[in-house]
Every structure is written in C-alpha cells, then in structure tokens.
Design a protein around this ligand. Structure first.
Ligand code: FAD
Length: 343
C-alpha cells in the first residue's frame, strides 16, 4: 500500500495522539503508525488502570481514560491509524519528501514526519535459551496469527497473564493437548479466565505445570520436548509440537537508531522552538526526544506537540503567516473542530 501524506506520526502514545489534535487545528491531517495493535502507548500497555494525578485540570484520570479522552479529542480530524506495524525505515528522498516503510509493507510518501515513539516499539519478550532463534516462527511463537496451525498438535503455553490464559482457553478445543507452564500458581490474568482454566485442569482437559522452561530438545528443526524445573520439584521433560511464549512486551528502540537522526544514547536531539531533529522536516516529541531540561512527563509531550504543530505548518507552507488562534474565539478553529457552521 502506498500513501501520500502531509504528516506521518510514528507512535500512538499520549504525545502522538495529542499531536493529531494540534496538527488538526492547523488543518493538517495525520496518519498514525504504531507497533502495538491499539493506541495508547505506555498508558495502555503498562498501566491502564492506574490513576494519573498530574494532567492539568484533571485532578485524577485513569491512564486508559486519558487515552480514550485523547482519541475522542482527535476525532474531528479523522486520523488514519495503521496499527500492529513497526516503522522500519525512514529516509529522505531527493525531492525532500520522506519514505516511511512499515513491517507490514505500508509505504508512506510523507512531507513531514513526527517521531513520537516514546521508549521504543513494544516487542514480545523472547525466550532466552540456546537455539531458540532457529525455531522461532516455526515452532516457537510469540503471537497467534492463525489458530488452525495448532489443530491436533500438542502445545505448551508459557506465561501467567491475560494473553497466556486467553490462548490456552481458545486453543484448548483446537489443539490435541494444551499445557500451561508458569513460574507460580499466582496468575496476572482476569480471575474469570483463571477459574475457567482451573476447571479444565480439574476435568483433565488441560494441564498446569509450575516452573520455568530451562532447556529445549530439538532434532533438525523439530522441537521434541522442553525441560521444566521448579525450586521444589526435579526437572520434567514434556513432549510437544509447538511452544507459545507470552512473557509480555518490552520496548526496544530498534530501527529508529538507524535513521541518521542525532541522538544522545537512545533519545533524539531536538531544539526547543520547533522540536525538529537534525533532519529538517522530521520532528520528535514525547519521551523519545531530549533537550536541556527534558522531563519525561505526559504534559511535556503535550507542550511539545503544540509547538511542533506550528513548526510543521510553517515547514509545509513556508510563505504562510502562522498566527496563534484561540479555540474559544476563532471561528476558523470552530469549523475545523466541527463545532458549528461558520459564524
Ligand atoms: P509512549 O507512551 O511510549 O508511546 C510511544 C508509542 O510509540 C508506543 O505505543 C510504541 O509502540 C510506538 N513506537 C515506538 N517505536 C515505533 C516504531 N518504530 N514503529 C511504530 N510504533 C513505534 N507520566 C506522567 O506524566 N504522569 C504519571 O503519573 C505517569 N505515570 C507513569 C506510570 C508508569 C507505570 C509508567 C511506566 C510511566 C508513567 N508516566 C507518567 C510516563 C508516561 O507514561 C510517558 O511519559 C508517556 O507515555 C510518554 O508518551 P509518548 O507518547 O511519548 O510515548
């Protein structure tokens, strides 16, 4: 898919979502890309139910609630979301536009780019054992794209969170046999899912083994068994066809490091007038950027998004006089916000 865009925002965390709104006020539409399957960044992925107390004018706001409010606020500008895809490549073309390419093959020809990539793209935590790499995407999986692959197979699921429990319940009727391996009998999943799983174990329709996977037995790319150990019990070898690993997600700077943007460690250097990077036309806001005095707070990202929007507008239309307008009084902004017919 090839898409021409005024602005591509990389990252749908709170900074990226507010950037949509601020660009919208300047009549600039946005395409937003995120590696995660849903918007919200750290708020949604790491602490959706926790209350936040330092968002201006909201004495307390749940992290997911904040994301929902930001999405609602951006609605008048109809951003196009491209989720579940990591931006792998960002290069400047001869004509000054940017070639932005994602892991699923979406290609943007963008006039400007705002990097709002936080602490990096969230990736599945991988199993750290010898020979894992040779088996990944064949018999070791970190996501389920097609449940039919597991029909009539013996599968072992690793993890104790919602993803692990949900897939055990989902695949139990499809696979020949399902075993859940988790380091303790305390699960981080929804209580209803845990109860359902325990009922299956009691009925003999699934197994639960407490411990950690410590070894893999493979022959010629075929996974034969895994060794599971617990502090209190000796090692057990369990035969299987497929291993599904749900150890959660962790952020990784990844390809951003190769885009040629000046960085200090894993953060992109910007100025504090435009939040522009060392590559003109590419801006960076939120946790991913750095400048003297930078603090990784949501409200810093909001401020940066507001100023970056002015700079993007000026970059796209260098001749324009970009005026400050108030949302309270500007009829033009009211029109853009879809509040009422032109006064
Ligand atoms: P993020 O929220 O990290 O979002 C970045 C997004 O970019 C992610 O979704 C990621 O998948 C995506 N991405 C990265 N690279 C790519 C790529 N190459 N391709 C596609 N997508 C990519 N801050 C406060 O102000 N107040 C608080 O009370 C507070 N509490 C916190 C509590 C916890 C437990 C944590 C972990 C953080 C807390 N923070 C708090 C910090 C706050 O969450 C961050 O400052 C904020 O999320 C940064 O927003 P962001 O949009 O810059 O980045």
């Amino acid at each position: 898919m090839n898409i021409n865009a005024d602005t591509v925002i990389i990252g749908a965390g709170p900074a990226g979502l507010f950037q949509v709104f601020e660009l919208g006020l300047h009549d600039i539409s946005s395409h937003v890309v995120d590696a995660l399957p849903q918007p919200g960044g750290q708020c949604t992925e790491l602490y959706p139910d926790k209350p936040i107390y330092d968002i201006p004018a909201l004495p307390v706001c749940g992290a997911q609630e904040l994301v929902d409010r930001l999405l609602k606020q951006s609605e008048p500008f109809s951003p196009e979301f491209h989720l579940g895809q990591e931006v792998r490549c960002l290069t400047r073309e001869g004509d000054g536009t940017f070639h932005v390419e994602t892991s699923t093959g979406t290609v943007f020809n963008a006039r400007t780019v705002v990097v709002a990539a936080g602490v990096g793209a969230f990736q599945p935590r991988r199993l750290k054992l010898d020979a894992v790499e040779d088996l990944e995407d064949k018999v070791i999986h970190y996501k389920v794209s097609d449940p039919a692959v597991f029909a009539n197979k013996r599968i072992i699921v690793l993890g104790g969170g919602d993803s692990a429990l949900d897939w055990v319940l989902e695949l139990q009727g499809i696979a020949r046999h399902v075993t859940l391996v988790h380091r303790s009998s305390n699960f981080r999943a929804a209580p209803a899912s845990v109860t359902k799983f325990m009922n299956l174990v009691e009925a003999g329709d699934a197994d639960f083994v407490q411990g950690n996977v410590v070894s893999l037995e493979q022959r010629g790319g075929v996974l034969e068994s895994v060794g599971v150990m617990d502090a209190d019990t000796p090692r057990r070898d369990i035969e299987l066809d497929h291993l599904l690993v749900f150890y959660g997600l962790s952020p990784r700077l990844g390809p951003i490091a190769e885009w040629g943007l000046d960085r200090v460690k894993s953060q992109i250097e910007v100025d504090t007038e435009k939040f522009q990077t060392s590559m003109p036309g590419v801006f960076a806001i939120g946790d991913i950027n750095t400048y003297p005095g930078k603090r990784k707070l949501i409200l810093s990202g909001f401020h940066e998004a507001a100023l970056a929007a002015f700079a993007v507008k000026q970059y796209l239309d260098p001749e324009a006089k970009v005026h400050l307008q108030y949302t309270t009084t500007s009829t033009r902004l009211h029109e853009r916000l879809g509040l009422k017919e032109a006064e």
